[in-house]
Write a protein that binds this ligand. Sequence first.
Ligand code: SF4
Length: 333
Amino acid sequence: MQDSKKIILSGMRPTGKLHIGHYVGALENWVTLQNDYQNYHLIADYHTLTTNLDTSNIFDDSIDMAIDWIASGIDPVKSPIFRQSKIKEHTELFLIFSMLITKARLERNPTLKEQIKDMNISSIIYGHLGYPVLQAADILLYKGNMVPVGEDQVPHVEITRQIAGVFNEKFPMPDGRQIFPIPEPKITKFARLPGLDGKAKMSKSLDNTILISDNEEIIKAKMKKAFTDPNKLRKGDKGNPDICLVYTYHNKFNPAEVPEVRKGCSEGTLGCFDCKMNISKKISDYFAPIREKREILENNKNNILDILIDGENRARTIARQTMSEVREAMKIG
Ligand code: SF4
């Protein structure tokens, strides 16, 4: 029996160790939300197949990601953590939902357009089109009321809302009850953390990340190559912090010194090397407690697997209940 808290489903594709962009963009928010909502945290391994058919590391990547989640403060007792592929009901509901939405509607999805914009037409797979339908199944299987998303993900939630509405209308329960809530996007206020190269997004594929697990030495080495104001070549040159990536990091991880950094940069009394070493230490300090916790978890990977199995058992119970209602409403199975 689920309690009366609103339900949130949030997830990530397992890409192994997470970077600090994941933390700022999602994890930090999830940790806050877990006190007020019933959260389910999905390791979206099936979604990974959309862009990568090499599954050789998927198990290890899932474990590594779960370690980062838990070390960052996700409480798996409060909020089950589970692998999508372990709950077969996701694919079953996905199949049913794929009959409720047109190809034209999915083709209008702006996220799809963005995802495939540089791809050759012959390499676009059905999975690209069906991605938001599987996402709808992920959310609605647990009767999610809210979906924490950034602005760019809102169209996916709209597709989920549409599918839930169509299903409810076509297949009410015998007593007239509608099975699915119409979930609301819960737009998160965080800014996306840019990558070290100054690109808008921190991403492993762009090789511009700082990992949550990176220690101070590694962060300093990576930071040396970080993008700054290209016109500030040496200490003494006046810089423009507003176009400098490193300044963005100061804003997030070193707010107390932001006025000082701004002044020093603009007046030329602060050099980029010192500025970078300073923020590297601040980032390292910020994540030190998480690093410590993740080291302990990493040395007990069997426990992480047990946590996932427990989360999967709890998630499966809910998923089976939902599918039993779906079958009853549809008079199939
Ligand atoms: S001094 Fe700091 S804020 Fe200014 S350009 Fe250099 S790294 Fe960026």
